[in-house]
Design a protein around this ligand. Structure first.
Ligand SMILES: [Fe+2]
Length: 409
C-alpha cells in the first residue's frame, strides 16, 4: 500500500491575495523568492458565489497573486498545502515537464461573495520571467447568456490544439469529460496537461469528470485527480458534483467508481436531490460523465443499468442534453427527445465508431438508428445558451464546424 505523507496542511495566510478595485492597474510584483510553477493557475467553482483559484509549485513558499474584482474587495482565505506525490509521471521524450516524485505544494485562494456574472482578473508572478494572468466570470444569473466548452480524453500532442481551438470561442466555463492523462502514452504528463490547457484556464473555471484513465495506477487518483479537483462544486467527493451556470445546472457524474448503475447508490440519490432542487429554481440541467450510455463503438457501458439510471434522471428532470467522452471521436444520438452527445476527441488515438454496430442491431434492433451524426475526428464541443435556446456545436481540431443542434429550453 502506497502511503502518502502530508507534511503541512491548511496553513492559513501563506499565499497572498491582494484585491484591487476593477479600475486599478495591476502592479508588478517581485516574489520574495522565485518559485517553480508546475500546474495552473486554474479555477474551480465551489458554489454560486464561491470559487477556488489554485496553482502548484515545488517550493513551499508564499506566492503573490493579484485579484481584481468589481467590488474592490473580495473576501477570501488563502492557504497552501504541501504533500508528497509518490507517483512520478512521464518520460523525457516530448519536452513536457515531468511530474516528479516528491513534495508538491498546492496553493489555494478561496474567493467568496462573488457578484453573479461579474468578471474578475488574476495575475501571478512566480519568478522574474514567469507571469501568468487570466480572468473568470462568476457564475452568471439564470437569465444570462453563456458559452460552455466540453473537452474529454486529452492526450499529447493534439490536446493543446483542441484547447486552443475551443478557447477561440471564449467559453466562460469548461467541463472536462474525463481521461485527463494516459499512462499508456509516455509523452503525457499532468504538468504538460496544465500547460496544454492554459488558453482555457485563462478564461474561466475548469470543472472535471472522473475517467477510467484517472486510475491507470491504483494510487493515481489520490495524487492527481482527487488532490487537484478536491472540493469542486462544494461536493464531498470531487468525482461527482454540480454547479449552477447561467440558465444551466452543470452536473458531473462518476461513471467509473460510484456505481452509476445502482439507483439506490449515494451518487444517484444525490443526483435526484440536486436535480430536483435545480428544477425548482428553473435551471436546465445538463449531465456530464465519462463512459457513454449510447455508442456504436466498443466503448459503451459495462451493462445497461447505467443507461436506465441516466435516462430516468434525464427524463424526470427535463435535461436537454447528456454529454460523455471515452469514445475518441464524436457521436450524437437522440433518445426520447434527449440529445446524447459523445465527444472524446480531445487528442487520444481515434476510435472505430462502427465496431459494434451489427452486434448492437442484433441485440436491440433499431438502436443504431438513434445515432444522428458521427465523425471520427479530434475536436471539442461548445454549448451556447441564449434567449431560451441551447445550441450545441461540434468543432474539429482545425476549427471546422461539423455538427450543430438547437434545443428549445
Ligand atoms: Fe476512457
Amino acid at each position: 500500500m502506497i502511503e502518502r505523507r502530508t507534511f503541512l496542511s491548511m496553513l492559513t495566510a501563506t499565499a497572498t491575495a491582494l484585491v484591487l478595485p476593477g479600475c486599478a492597474t495591476p502592479r508588478t510584483y517581485e516574489p520574495v523568492e522565485p518559485v517553480t510553477l508546475t500546474k495552473g493557475p486554474y479555477l474551480l467553482i465551489l458554489d454560486a458565489t464561491t470559487a477556488s483559484l489554485r496553482f502548484e509549485t515545488r517550493e513551499d513558499l508564499p506566492v503573490q497573486i493579484q485579484i481584481i474584482g468589481p467590488e474592490g474587495i473580495v473576501h477570501g482565505t488563502a492557504r497552501r498545502r504541501a504533500e508528497h506525490v509518490g507517483l512520478p509521471w512521464g518520460m523525457e521524450i516530448s519536452g513536457n515537464p515531468l511530474d516528479e516524485e516528491g513534495e508538491h505544494v498546492l496553493h489555494e485562494i478561496v474567493l467568496t461573495d462573488l457578484t453573479p456574472g461579474a468578471t474578475y482578473r488574476w495575475r501571478l508572478q512566480a519568478s522574474p520571467d514567469v507571469v501568468k494572468s487570466g480572468r473568470f466570470r462568476a457564475p452568471p444569473s439564470p437569465t444570462s447568456s453563456t458559452v460552455v466548452a466540453f473537452i474529454a480524453d486529452t492526450m499529447y500532442p493534439s490536446s493543446a490544439g483542441v484547447a486552443a481551438m475551443l478557447a477561440s470561442h471564449e467559453p466562460e466555463v469548461v467541463v472536462h469529460g474525463g481521461d485527463i492523462q494516459y499512462r499508456t502514452n509516455p509523452a503525457d504528463t499532468w504538468n504538460g496537461f496544465f500547460l496544454a490547457m492554459e488558453p482555457l484556464l485563462a478564461l474561466g473555471p475548469y470543472q472535471a469528470c472522473f475517467g477510467n484513465h484517472e486510475l491507470d495506477e491504483p494510487e493515481e487518483a489520490e495524487y492527481y485527480f482527487d488532490r487537484l479537483w478536491a472540493g469542486q462544486g462544494a461536493s464531498s467527493t470531487p468525482r461527482y458534483h454540480a454547479i449552477p451556470w447561467g440558465p444551466l445546472l452543470l452536473l458531473c457524474l462518476d461513471s467509473e467508481t460510484s456505481d452509476l448503475g445502482d439507483p439506490q447508490s449515494p451518487q444517484v440519490a444525490w443526483a435526484h436531490q440536486t436535480l430536483a432542487e435545480a428544477r425548482e429554481k428553473g435551471l436546465h440541467p445538463v449531465l456530464f460523465f465519462h463512459r457513454p450510455t449510447y455508442t456504436l463503438s466498443k466503448y459503451g457501458p459495462r451493462n445497461l443499468n447505467a443507461r436506465q439510471v441516466v435516462h430516468d434522471l434525464a427524463t424526470t428532470y427535463d435535461c436537454p442534453a447528456v454529454l460523455a467522452g471515452h469514445v475518441h471521436g464524436y457521436e450524437r444520438f437522440e433518445v426520447d427527445g434527449i440529445v446524447y452527445l459523445i465527444d472524446g476527441g480531445g487528442g487520444a488515438l481515434l476510435t472505430n465508431l462502427e465496431e459494434r454496430r451489427d452486434e448492437i442491431e442484433d441485440a436491440r434492433p433499431g438502436e443504431p438508428d438513434l445515432r444522428q451524426v458521427a465523425h471520427r475526428s479530434f475536436g471539442g464541443t461548445i454549448l451556447r445558451v441564449d434567449d431560451g435556446t441551447l445550441r450545441i456545436e461540434r468543432y474539429e481540431l482545425d476549427g471546422t464546424l461539423t455538427d450543430q443542434v438547437d434545443i428549445t429550453l
